[in-house]
Design a protein around this ligand. Structure first.
Ligand code: GLA
Length: 743
């Protein structure tokens, strides 16, 4: 078992393959203290001294006079509120009996189990009894009767710990939960940098590293979704940590709504991390005996820098979070009509695209927005999920049959959580929109958000979607969400439960996706939110892929995909080749470059093939050939970041290693050319030192996929000295190398 309790020491010892996490029970009362998280230990003797319980004035058992000194410095495993710890609290409640909100937790009991239970209604990591061990520590506040179950799961085959929290109201009166963090971690004094992923629409998940100073630093979303702007992730990095060395602690929230991720550096330089549902606009009523399940946080410690952290997240998500049967499969190469036609299409146009695509080897046509109701533009009809047979010049079934007859699959776009004020649905049920009575709700893209906290709303929307999907052979759905939540009012919730709206919304949306998947178990689901506005681990539980960004420009995509791959496997990044000048930034890049950048994701096209030049068109079958030849390697391999275009905006390079197969792929992109320079020398990672590798150039344009460069180099030279990469002539040029292990 990778978790045990040392009775004498009152110490919980949790091991992952390369890390150790220790929790101690301290003082007479039994406060739960964080003792250690870091490099794996084989002997933990004396660990409890790290809690410094005998160091005046931080001595709770002897110094009652100065208990606040103890409370304000003790490394709590789950911090209290209002009793003397002035750092960030993990839990804030309001007792209806007396209106008071202090809470202080002490150890009650614990249980160590094989396996891991489900978090009812929430996405979460999973694993068999052989793969996962779970520790549940029950704490209690003896004054309020509030019970807190802290849950920790460790994985045999992934360097990660999944934490979550369940609150039970053990009192005789209702309480309001005003804040419930899913994880709190107090680390020893240390000079850390903090790394986050910030962004905007079309600029999602850009890395930013800065020193963590005193006080509080936080990233958050109050948009009702995890958001384009800030990502539910942060990492603490030792000052000397880089891609391949140093200590890194990564935290990622398995949730798709409002979140708060904060790091606080105290007066004694200790660092507290808290992550959970954002307390703003959150107030959850808990009647006596009821419980509240908070979502899960994933913790990763790496002593091998960011790269080690990345690979641990990838391992965990591939093995223990993504459920879809498509996870380990090549996805059909799709063509999406959005950038090809926007709203301006009919069946004839779609079939023209499909015919040309089929000839080129494209495998699925995805019909994006505009096929339903009166949706000739983005001002109307969301909520009216009836096929517009006039526009489609027949039924959906007829269109899909024709596409299938070309040998192609068919996919369809929905935006199930939305309602247009100009729709039949709104006419019939204006109260189904989230809005506040007497206040004109803020429009975004001229639409409002449906109150999917309501069962009848979910039923109505799903019934319509199911009818459409049963009427034709639809094998893929793109589930979009194009605006944030505002005007937080539900016509259905009583006044003292309005603060539950945002979380109930997320639960309602999860339930809808779960129902869709159980009705259509073979469906390939891709999530999307105005590009990558809801790209989070929670959504991965439902869909094996998520549309990464509405920005399909190959150069912009380098940094978007770099930030995304920091925590997500490449197999879940929706990436397509689109036309130039690019619709978002107006940049022109070579067709081969767009192909190579998209190959690092799920791969597809988002353009009108009937208008493409012959020169570009002949590349499509070659790109598809490369996708099929290399996708398994890209999808399943281990990812190493070698150079970042964020640094000088001139060069991007990463490597994917499959040591089991004895091969590596090196993706390189020269963003801007520099005159009069020698070739680049790039040290590789993850190879076998003593092996020899034969180097091939992979071409997305030539007849032969691989060309032998006749260079054979040892793993040791490649890793410790480097791989020599010629500098291509021109801007935005890619190189793709395949290294075959020959000894
Ligand atoms: C969002 C998506 C796009 C497209 C449009 C359709 O912006 O990100 O890919 O589906 O909606 O309205």
């Amino acid at each position: 078992m990778s978790i045990c309790y040392l009775e004498k020491e009152r110490l919980f010892w949790l091991d992952t393959p390369h890390s150790t996490y220790l929790i101690g029970i301290a003082a007479k009362e039994g406060f739960l203290g964080h003792v250690y998280y870091g490099q794996k230990l084989s002997d933990v003797s004396g660990a409890l001294s790290l809690l410094r319980l005998s160091e005046p004035p931080f001595t709770p058992d002897v110094n009652d006079r100065d208990r606040s000194s103890f409370f304000d410095a003790f490394p709590f495993e789950y911090s209290s509120n209002g009793v003397g710890d002035f750092r960030e609290s993990s839990l804030r409640i309001c007792c209806t009996k007396n209106g008071q909100d202090a809470v202080s937790l002490v150890y009650k009991k614990h249980e160590i189990q094989k396996g891991k239970g489900k978090l009812i209604g929430l996405p979460a990591t999973f694993g068999s009894e052989e793969e996962v061990t779970t520790l549940v520590i029950t704490c209690e506040d003896p004054v309020t009767g509030i019970v807190v179950e802290l849950s920790y799961s460790t994985f045999e085959d992934a360097d990660a710990i999944a934490r979550s929290v369940r609150i039970v109201n053990g009192s005789d009166d209702a309480v309001y939960l005003k804040k419930v963090m899913s994880a709190c971690l107090d680390l020893e004094a240390r000079d850390f940098d903090i790394l986050t992923l910030h962004g905007s629409w079309a600029r999602e998940r850009i890395q930013e590293r800065k020193p963590l100073g005193h006080g509080v630093f936080s990233v958050a979303s109050l948009r009702g979704e995890s958001s384009h702007q800030e990502h539910p992730f942060l990492a603490l990095m030792g000052k000397d940590a880089g891609q391949d060395r140093g200590d890194v602690y990564g935290f990622h929230f398995v949730y798709s709504g409002n979140f708060l991720a904060m790091a606080q550096r105290s007066q004694f330089d200790q660092v507290r991390i808290c992550m959970g549902i954002h307390p703003e606009n959150f107030c959850w009523k808990l009647d006596p005996g009821e419980s509240f399940q908070a979502p899960e946080v994933i913790l990763v410690y790496s002593s091998e820098g960011l790269g080690g952290m990345t690979r641990s997240f990838h391992d965990l998500y591939r093995r223990h979070l993504i459920r879809s049967s498509y996870l380990h499969k090549n996805r059909p190469v799709l063509i999406n009509n959005w950038e090809a036609t926007y709203f301006d299409f009919n069946a004839e146009k779609l079939l023209d695209i499909a015919k040309e695509s089929a000839k080129l080897g494209i495998e699925m046509l995805v019909l994006d927005d505009g096929w339903f109701g009166n949706r000739f533009d983005d001002n109307r009809s969301l909520g009216d999920w009836q096929v517009n047979e006039e526009k489609l010049q027949g039924s959906l079934g007829e269109l899909v049959s024709k596409v299938n007859a070309l040998g192609m699959k068919f996919g369809l776009w929905f935006e199930p959580e939305m309602i247009s004020p100009d729709s039949k649905l709104y006419e019939a049920h204006p109260d189904w929109a989230i809005q506040i009575q007497g206040r004109r709700a803020c429009r975004a893209r001229n639409q409002l958000v449906l109150d999917v906290t309501r069962g009848e709303v979910r039923e109505h929307i799903l019934a319509q979607i199911f009818e459409v999907l049963h009427s034709a052979n639809v094998e893929y759905v793109k589930w979009d969400m194009n605006r944030p939540l505002t005007d937080l009012g539900s016509a259905n919730l009583p006044a003292d439960r309005q603060g539950e709206l945002c979380h109930r919304y997320v639960l309602g949306m999860y339930e809808m996706q779960e129902r869709l998947l159980s009705e259509f178990p073979n469906l390939l689901l891709e999530n999307c939110s105005g590009g990558g506005g809801r790209f989070d681990p929670g959504m991965l539980y439902y869909s094996p892929q998520i549309w990464c960004s509405d920005d399909t420009d190959a150069v912009e995509r380098l940094r978007i995909q770099e930030g995304t791959a920091l925590v997500y496997p490449l197999s879940c990044m929706g990436a397509h080749v689109s036309v130039c000048p690019n619709h978002t930034v107006g940049r022109s890049t070579p067709f081969a470059t767009r192909g190579q950048v998209a190959l690092a994701g799920t791969f597809g096209y988002e353009l009108d093939v009937t208008k493409l030049s012959d020169e570009d068109k002949v590349c499509i079958p070659k790109q598809i050939r490369a996708y099929h030849a290399l996708n398994e390697h890209i999808r399943e391999g281990r990812y190493y970041r070698l150079a970042s275009s964020l640094e000088k905006r001139d060069f991007d390079c990463f490597e994917i290693v499959r040591e089991d197969e004895g091969a590596a792929l090196v993706f390189a992109t020269q963003v801007l050319a520099t005159p009069n320079m020698r070739s680049r020398c790039i040290p590789l990672q993850g190879l076998c030192e003593d092996a020899k590798y034969r180097i091939y150039e992979v071409s997305l344009e030539k007849e032969e996929l691989m060309e032998d460069t006749e260079n054979v180099v040892s793993g040791g030279i490649l890793m410790h000295a480097g791989l020599i990469l010629k500098r291509p002539w021109g801007d935005f040029k890619t190189q793709l190398l395949y290294l075959e292990r020959i000894s």
